[in-house]
Design a protein around this ligand. Sequence first.
Ligand code: UD1
Ligand code: CA
Length: 454
Amino acid sequence: MSIEVIVLAAGKGSRMRTHLPKVLHKIGGKTLLDNVLDTAKKLNPSNIHIIYGFGGAEVRKNTLGEYNWVEQTSLLGTGHAVMQALPSCNDESMVVTLLGDMPLLRIESLEEIVKITENNEGISVLTAKVLNPFGLGRIVRNSNNDVQKIVEEKDCSESEKNITEINTGVFVGKAKLFKELLAKVDNNNNQKEYYLTDIVAIANSLNIKVNGVVASCAEECMGINDKVQLAQAERFYQQRLCTEYMQKGLIIADPNRLDIRGNLTFGANTFVDVNVIIEGNVELGDDVVIGAGCVLKDCSISNGSVISPYTVIESSKIGEKATLGPFARFRPGCVLENNVHVGNFVEVKKSTLKNGTKSGHLSYLGDSIIGENVNIGAGTITCNYDGANKWQTIIGDDVFVGSDTQLVAPVEVGKGATIGAGTTVTKNVPENALVITRAPTRVISAWSRPTKKK
Ligand code: UD1
Ligand code: CA
């Protein structure tokens, strides 16, 4: 059967207290809407309709992919929102409604409710049993446990307020049934809105079957209305990912102190310490150690590498058995071969460091190609920028760069050359040469320092 998904994303999200449309807030580095859409796509629907309204241009600009965008010009409620998409739905399609502020929903729950609807016909509503139902639509069941109606918080009687089974906002049924039921919804309620939830009572009055499907995990049904719920949802999301990764073998020091905002892959026996942030696509090999507080974005780190605390790596490729940090920074475009060491307070940008090269302390290596087994002394700077253009530094294999060296690019140092400490290299150095630009040391005996004026 063909499935069509309708995602409601037109609301402003006033309770967020910001100009940013609610569905553009992020969970796991991805907008609420993209989270919902990624789950929706796993149903293989023939169409995904997105109802947009508030901040429409911004929402569309930040949501890439093929969708049927349907504008809701006045926000008259969730029922009204769904009605906007129905004319583009095939009567025989199975329609699934999703709320754009429900990013944690799992595909398993969606598949289950679709299957139940196919088997039982009628319409289905996904419900959840929660500890605190405040603010949510309550599921009213009769003595046979059939779902009778859904009552919104603002329309609840005192006894209905005690009901802890709530509406998640996910409804499933044939498009033609949605059309028939929604045509009968009015706005006679405390919010003067056309509620999607009213289709339940209307279906009952027409003897159309209503299936109440309780979600196995209440957290996944959480709707995000304010910043407190946003932070709670982020934690649930992270815990869920960490559980999955730990089951696949990743060693995580504390799953409450790891943030994954993208995709992580890893090999065997790899360890991630506390307060690490993973962004974009990050690949870790076998036996990798990521120290506390590291930030890794779009990078790969090969087998046996140890990244010490507070190292930041962006858009770079790190080979095997590297020892990096603590406090090292890799900006985009770095390629490190195997057995490279980069220590504290070294910044590397758009540079290649070949096998066995070391830069232990306090240096800047930018726009450079550095050969094998090179030793970069403390305080070495590649002067890559002349105020207008960027230039390259090329250093051959086995070069020894003394401490406090400046390499004024463009410049090339041949294999096996030695650069004396404190040298400013302004021209190319041949292989195996010594280059030094150091003023001779003068020693003056019995030197008397100036004294302070009285
Ligand atoms: C809604 C449900 C409530 C349910 C809760 C679950 C209704 C009437 N209420 O309440 O039963 O327990 O979700 O989280 O359905 N939207 C539009 N157009 C509109 C109004 C809303 O597109 O005219 C969108 C919003 O952008 C949002 C979603 O629908 O993504 C839900 O709207 P929201 O105002 O958050 O509904 P709740 O009050 O949370
Ligand atoms: Ca909501």
